[in-house]
Design a protein around this ligand. Structure first.
Ligand code: SAM
Length: 277
C-alpha cells in the first residue's frame, strides 16, 4: 500500500476494504444516523439548506442514503434527490434500503461530478470532505453544479475538538493521536475550515454553526467515536501494545462511575451561490 493511502481513512475508499469492514462501517453509519446528537446536527443542516418544494438536491457522499430519502420528503413529489457516492458497495446498500421516494442513486466522485453546471438547486455534503484528497477541489465542484441562488450545505467534523473527561487525560491524548490518519482523518480541522473555503469561492449569506455533540456514557460515544467502540477491530488500531486494553478499562470504569464524558464539534456551514460563485 502507498504511504499516502495508509494515511487515508477506510471511508476514503470503502470498496477497497475487506468486505466485513465495509459492512461494519455501513451498519455504523446507519446507527450513527439514529443517534440523537447526529440527528441534532442534521436538523441544523436542514434548516441551513432550507430546501423548497420541487428542488433538485445533490447528496454528495450519501452513504446508506437515509439523508437523501429524508431530503426527498422535504422537496416533495415534484422534487428530486441525487444520492451520489464513490463506493459502489455503498450505493448498492443504499438501493437495498430504497423506500420508493424520489431518490436517484449513482456512483461518482465528489471531486469530479458528472452533472452539468448549475443543474441542482441545493447540495448536502455530510462528513465526506474530511476523507477526500483535495477538499477545495471537491467544494468547487459542489458549487459548480449548483445554480446561482442555490444553497450549498457542508457538514463536517472538527476532530481536533474531541475531548474527554473521566478518563486519564494523557492516555486519552495518546489514543486520539494514534487514531488520527487511521480511523479518524489526518485533516483534523475540516469542520472549522469550511466557512473560509466558502468565503473564498464567493458564496453569500454564509452561516457557520458549530454543533457540539455531548456523549455522557461510553455506549453513546461508541456510536460516533471509533476509539470508544470496542467493535472496531484491533488491527485497525496502531497504538503500542497494551494501550487499547488500558484505555477500554478506563473507559469502562468511567462508565460504571457515571462520570465518562466525550465532546466533539461538528460544523454545519451553508452558503448561497451568487453571481461571483
Ligand atoms: C462518513 S461517510 C458519511 C456518509 C453520509 N454522508 C452520512 O452522513 O451518513 C463518508 C461517505 O463519503 C463517501 N466518499 C468518500 N470519498 C468520496 C468521494 N471522493 N466522492 C464521493 N463520495 C465519497 C464514502 O464512500 C462514504 O459513503
Amino acid at each position: 500500500m502507498e504511504p499516502a493511502q495508509m494515511e487515508r481513512t477506510p471511508f476514503a475508499d470503502l470498496d477497497r476494504q475487506p468486505r466485513e469492514m465495509t459492512a461494519m462501517l455501513l451498519a455504523a453509519l446507519e446507527t450513527m444516523g439514529r443517534h440523537p446528537e447526529i440527528r441534532r446536527v442534521r436538523r441544523t443542516a436542514m434548516d441551513a439548506l432550507h430546501p423548497a418544494d420541487g428542488w433538485r438536491v445533490l447528496d454528495a457522499g450519501s452513504g446508506a442514503g437515509d439523508v437523501a430519502r429524508w431530503i426527498a420528503t422535504e422537496v416533495g413529489p415534484t422534487g428530486e434527490v441525487i444520492a451520489l457516492d464513490y463506493s459502489a458497495a455503498t450505493i448498492a446498500a443504499a438501493i437495498e434500503r430504497h423506500d420508493g421516494s424520489n431518490v436517484r442513486y449513482t456512483t461518482g466522485d465528489v471531486s469530479s461530478i458528472d452533472l452539468p453546471s448549475a443543474s441542482v438547486d441545493g447540495v448536502w455534503c455530510e462528513r465526506v470532505l474530511q476523507h477526500v484528497e483535495d477538499a477545495d477541489r471537491a467544494i468547487a465542484e459542489l458549487v459548480r453544479v449548483t445554480r446561482p441562488g442555490g444553497r450549498v450545505c457542508l457538514i463536517d467534523t472538527d476532530w481536533s475538538s474531541l475531548a474527554f473527561d473521566g478518563v486519564p487525560a494523557r492516555l486519552a491524548g495518546t489514543v486520539v493521536a494514534d487514531m488520527h490518519g487511521r480511523l479518524t482523518p489526518k485533516q483534523v480541522d475540516m469542520g472549522r475550515t469550511l466557512r473560509r473555503r466558502l468565503v473564498g469561492l464567493g458564496l453569500e449569506d454564509i452561516s457557520a454553526t458549530p454543533v457540539t455533540c455531548v456523549f455522557g456514557d461510553p455506549a453513546s460515544a461508541a456510536v460516533v467515536l471509533p476509539m470508544v467502540n470496542p467493535m472496531v477491530p484491533e488491527q485497525a488500531w496502531r497504538s503500542a501494545p497494551g494501550v487499547r486494553e488500558k484505555w477500554f478499562a478506563q473507559v469502562d470504569e468511567a462508565g460504571a462511575r457515571g462520570d465518562f464524558l466525550a465532546i466533539l464539534t461538528i460544523w454545519v456551514v451553508a452558503g448561497t451561490t451568487g453571481s461571483k460563485a
